[in-house]
Design a protein around this ligand. Sequence first.
Ligand SMILES: [Zn+2]
Length: 477
Amino acid sequence: MFNKRDPVSVLMEYGQTREVKISFTDVSRSGPHHASRFHTAAIVDGETHVLAMGTSKKNAKKAAAIMALRTMYDRGMIRLGQANDHVNIEMKAMDAQDPMSHSTKIMQAARRMLEVAEETQFINYSKDKVLAAIVLERRGKYTVAGLGTGNRCIQYQNMAADGSRIIHSHAEVIARRAFKRFALRELCSYTGTEKHPLFTRSRHTGLIKLHDDIKVHLYISRPPCGDAAAFPTITNFPNRMRAIRKQGQLRTIIDDGEGAIPTDFPLPANANGKERLRVMTCSDKILRWNGVGIQGALLSNFMDPIYLNSLVIGSHTGDQRGHVPRAISGRLKCGRLHEVLMKPFRICSPEIVYPPCSDNYAITKSKQYCITWSEGDPDAEVIDAVTGAVAMEPTDNSPASRVSKRALLGLFRTACDNLNARNLVTLTYTEAKQSARAYQRTKRSVEDHLLSCGFGQWLKLQESYGTDNFEEHEKLG
Ligand SMILES: [Zn+2]
């Protein structure tokens, strides 16, 4: 819950960051002088949570803090379990008073869900963060399926060859991983019934697909990094011309840099001469999702592609609004890609919507800690984006994140068991990805298309860094 940190300081920090008053009161002392017992209460926001006992005042205070945190965590967990239902009830009531736009509802669902999810984590809380969520909509009901925050990526020296590290902790990437976790887990219990809230069988491909009346929305609190966000207002003429030539370029972010560098530019040297990591930007990733779907390779063994119906962007600055359509789908439409893609794959152009009241854009610092949660998870998980592992004391051997490749592969295997796909259970991660042939073919077509249109080369992380080969070195226990 709060690892090995001192519970009293965790509780004080909780109060400070959430603007809630925290105090302790010594209530009583009992027993003989040489073996006294101290009783201390922690008071959180006016509520006396507990009366804890210790052998010294200090221990009693500590015990009180632990009990208060535990009570709040338990409450948060119960709330989170019902959060999607509650958010819908709340929004209906708000909507009846003052009608909300469709995009505002999606933004509200994402923001409320983050608030509730954060009640189940006590470390490294910060108010302003880049937020993203995959929100499913069916018959007027919104379900946040995957949630993510963050705007950093792993430092090169923390890369590990065991599939446990999260490399790219940007909110939209984390939210999409959380969605994959959600969908895989649903597949682990899918029995093929038509009454399933998400899935049905496609008559065309024989694969599982989402019900036709489910809409899929991606909420992001600001335009994705890279092509959509790289060109704020440029007014002076030579710079403007130079910028126009670079529009549409595939770009990478680097582990400790802010800019988004075109993939065909050499990587600038690090001050210490250390190797640095390049990761494709979120604009480019969303662009690719609009060709191959958001479900990724593992799920594509069982499922038709899942496409976004809309992209809701909470805030923007300068000219970004003008660049978003090109960045996220326009680049797929300029050549003959639409003739190459084979059904059910297609070029998807999600509707791009900006809610009338905007989210917080002004996040200047990069955030080391990010949050992930999938519908069905008991609590939120905090990832240290710099190490790419679950946030803990730096000396700890941190466990793999729930949304890591390794964790998703575990879910994939359970899904294979449930769906009687015995031939897939024994595959390694790389093999399981490769066995989704139509998906891989489509991905190649998209990358070839981008190269032939002059947008540059897609940099493949698994080829440069061997991130997918974790089972070639060791077998999962
Ligand atoms: Zn990004």
